[in-house]
Design a protein around this ligand. Sequence first.
Ligand SMILES: Cc1ncc(COP(=O)(O)O)c(C=O)c1O
Length: 375
Amino acid sequence: MRQAIDNLQISGDGPFTGRCQQLLEENVGCSRALLTTSCTDALEMAALLLDIQPGDEVIVPSFTFVSTANAFALRGAKPVFIDIRPDTLNLNEKALERLITPRTKAIVPVHYAGVGCEMDSILEIASRHGVAVVEDNAHGLFGRYRGKNLGTFGQLATLSFHETKNISCGEGGALLINDLKHLERAEVFRSKGTNRNRFVRGQVDKYTWVNLGSSFLPSDLLAAFLCAQLEAREDIQNRRERIWHSYHAHLKAWSCEHGVGLPLVPPHCNQAFHMFYLILPCLQDRQALIQHLLKSGISAVFHYVPLHLSDMGQRLGGFAGQCPVTEDISDRLLRLPFFNDLAQSQQDAVVDALLEFDGWTKQPEFARGTGSASF
Ligand SMILES: Cc1ncc(COP(=O)(O)O)c(C=O)c1O
């Protein structure tokens, strides 16, 4: 960041932005990467690039962050909510085809917790219906599906560098472009509707307003912060891998005993080690466990509230029972503390507190356990 200041260029598209984009292109394998101010903005750019119009439909999981749906709804599209698989918590590809209509413009798979969606089926269905795929890869940087990096399957993909992510600059994101037909318009949308990028490359002698656009370009100061983390990616990922496996090893027997589900990573997926979650037998157990952990000063948090049941989701026609797996998992999922410098002693304290919990409500018929893998 000192270097960025000394460069006397802290606005966007400076040397650190270029270096981050290059690192992403080389290590993810996308054709081009454009840093953005957030994953939300990258998704909004995707909606602009696909020319989403009022009346279009975009299929999104209900179990995701608001932005996955909002970015497309902002352009007038109707989000069509799809339920998730009970094992990976990714969108249920078997439910996909029946949601496609002549108005469907895009499918937005979210690689939940950095574990790849079933991309073979999703891409096959999308291509048969001529529908675009935009991967919301907010969680899955450096994850792989059948040996191929997440973020390289859709014609577009998005990343998040929000502070909750493995690699972060506080607020930030990237648009990954795999189909280069989108590149020039993407640069214009990102640079306030101007052809500034072409001007900087010497392709035009002045820059001007050429299309609609906005300002999706982060400061080079933020890019410098991000760059240091991208350069340290192996160390960061190794630390997180160790934390994830330590949770798994220490909680496996306990989870079987109490019917608690642990994350499932199919053998054909290399996960991104973004999250470690538990699926408790019921909502009461989850809430009691949150309170129990808080007494030891441990903050463990639930995750997405089903989008189809949100205020906005209901205004769009969402109703209880529409995505039953999402509704169930949303009540029972708990994320354990998981950050890059989580010390072994802190992790031990979390595990000890979990093993001490004795506030179970016995409802074994709802227990998921760890043996429910269907791969
Ligand atoms: C799946 C998913 N998509 C999009 C976002 C939005 O990311 P950002 O905060 O970078 O806009 C998040 C945020 O956590 C997310 O979890």
